[in-house]
Design a protein around this ligand. Structure first.
Ligand SMILES: [Zn+2]
Ligand SMILES: [Zn+2]
Length: 55
């Protein structure tokens, strides 16, 4: 999945977080940390009934 602006990736090993500030058009795209793919965090706005101030 291509990255889009605002996507947040989280490293389960060291706790680092990365926010995408420039979208790309890759078919397959990932962010790596500690030699492992980082996990995408759900953007609060995408959650049902979510808001941007909590979650
Ligand atoms: Zn890491
Ligand atoms: Zn990409």
């Amino acid at each position: 999945m291509a990255n889009s602006i605002g996507d947040v990736f989280h490293c389960e090993s060291c706790g680092a977080e990365v926010t995408v500030t420039k979208a790309c058009t890759c078919k397959e795209c990932g962010v790596t940390c500690c030699g492992k793919p980082m996990k995408a965090k759900d953007a609060p706005a995408k959650k049902a009934g979510g808001c941007n101030c909590c979650g």
